[in-house]
Design a protein around this ligand. Sequence first.
Ligand code: BV8
Length: 251
Amino acid sequence: MGVPPPILDLARTARRVAVLTGAGMSAESGVPTFRDAQTGLWENVDATALATPEAWEDDPAKVWAWYQWRVALVRGVHPNAGHRALADWGHTARVQIVTQNVDDLHERAGSEEVVHLHGSLFSPRCTRCGRPVELPDPPRDALARLEPPSCPACGDDVRPGVVWFGEMLPQEPWEIATGSVRDAELLVVVGTSGVVYPAAGLPALARSHGVPVVEIDPRETDLGDRVDHSWRTTAAVGLPALVEALEHGRP
Ligand code: BV8
């Protein structure tokens, strides 16, 4: 798979790279993206409707069951060649990953600088007092409903440690993310439809600071003219080819 020369040239000279990843980054690991149909029990459920405080208020057992299904799913899959390529790239340049994803696949692939803009499946917390709570093992098979556990400290419901639509992003990851993008010599955007804000505003922030933006996505995205180069390939094909070319100087 030939790496487009303009993208390879930008990657070759960048000593500091910011990488914005979305659900497409984990697709080849077997994790459904937000806009692909989900599988099994949850195939007819609209993820963007469930990932909201309203859905939680309305039926916490249904939302908790969905998240525990996703915890079990992520535990059962592995980082793909794209995750591993980003970890490898981090050995020859400073690679700061800003992910919208709530899985832990970047960390499991060995990337050292990862910030989660939308939280993590693996950091449930008390709804009321905010304390982190040890995650009970998810049920082996998908359940339609599962009562959320109670906080050992205050007794209120434990909620998923993710950012729902309509919720503010955590301050520190957002500060780190904007700093990484501003100070980068290259922003690579992988596997995001560019629909969800404020994350989708990061490519424009990069360009306002003179940082070139490259997109890796097999399909057209909403980022359109906010990127300098689009490479219509997938995370697990394009990223290894790019890192291979960087390491061996081969286009
Ligand atoms: C906020 C965690 C301030 C949960 C997620 C009205 C009221 C309130 C807010 C809003 C409003 N209108 C707009 C907003 C802002 C809202 C928003 O942007 N809505 C969108 C839908 C318009 N944003 C928010 O609410 C954010 N907070 O703004 O706070 C505020 C507060 C109150 C009031 C106003 C403002 C919080 C957003 C965070 C939501 N939580 N996740 C969970 O995971 O359960 S977002 C969720 O969508 C995931 O994190 C996911 O990453 C993200 C975006 O989706 P993508 O990653 O882009 O995935 P998608 O499926 O869309 O696309 C996949 C892409 O991959 C595609 O391009 C595809 O082609 C590509 N692909 C497929 N296969 C591959 C591939 N690429 C590479 N390789 C492959 N193999």
